[in-house]
Ligand binder design. Structure first.
Ligand code: MD3
Ligand code: FE
Length: 214
């Protein structure tokens, strides 16, 4: 559930840091459609726990859609046209995904955002993403759009340097964040997910991250 303060922000654009805007509840009305489309993506490219280059199994389960998918294995991180689990191209990006990403980017001042990659992250209780930068994309002038669905999470974001002080932000179902400009290379992560149950996603949080990777 959204707390009282967050409820008052519903429908608002909240600046986080220069270049980053939180659109509270932006995806609320289409959440069910997004989750339905995601089921079709999962039929071809199911959830998997990737391995980091250091040999650790990621606690977050992932899949991708679009012409490029983010992949991690013992050899490193990369964007690949092919799902290594199937040997086939990733499923196409659903029209609802593309539309959400473009509309959110436009609301944050980024015109004509056409993502070619959607990384889908699934967090179950205890799953986390440690502080990192997104640096595997070709053009850092392109924003990143992220949509949160299901259980809430505490998002951690810092500065360009890993040691820079970090802030916390609670992200709830339907929240969309657009990261561009000077915020594009800031460090960020997700604290371990707390247990809970959401009517649309069950016991997990799902994050859609839209990028122009190639
Ligand atoms: C800030 N995912 O997949 S999305 C990731 O909730 C990732 O699953 C998180 O970080 C998640 O790489 C956070 C929000 C996000 C995405 C990209 C960013 C924040 C960002 C890039 C720069 C700065
Ligand atoms: Fe990231």
């Amino acid at each position: 559930m959204r707390d009282l303060f967050e409820q008052e922000e519903e429908g608002l654009s909240i600046p986080i840091v220069p270049g980053a805007v939180l659109l509270r509840g932006f995806a609320n009305d289409i959440a069910q459609q997004l989750l339905g489309d995601l089921e079709r993506v999962l039929a071809s490219s199911p959830w998997r726990h990737m391995t980091t280059p250091g040999g650790f199994r990621m606690s977050v389960a992932m899949t991708n859609c679009g012409t490029l998918g983010w992949v991690s294995d013992r050899t490193g991180y990369r964007y690949d046209r092919v799902d290594p689990a199937s040997g086939e191209p990733w499923p196409a990006m659903p029209a609802t995904f593309l539309q959400l990403a473009a509309q959110a980017a436009a609301a944050a001042g980024f015109d004509r955002f056409v993502p070619d990659a959607c990384l889908v992250n699934r967090y179950e209780a205890g799953a986390r993403l440690s502080l990192h930068q997104d640096r595997d994309e070709r053009d850092y002038a392109q924003p990143i759009v992220s949509a949160s669905l299901g259980l809430p999470a505490t998002f951690l974001f810092g500065g360009i340097r890993r040691a820079d002080k970090s802030r916390r932000l609670s992200l709830a179902h339907g929240d969309v964040v657009v990261w561009g400009g000077p915020a594009r290379l800031s460090h960020h992560g997700i604290l371990p997910l707390k247990e809970g149950e959401h009517p649309l996603t069950g016991r997990c949080r799902i994050n859609l991250t839209f990028r122009k990777a190639g």
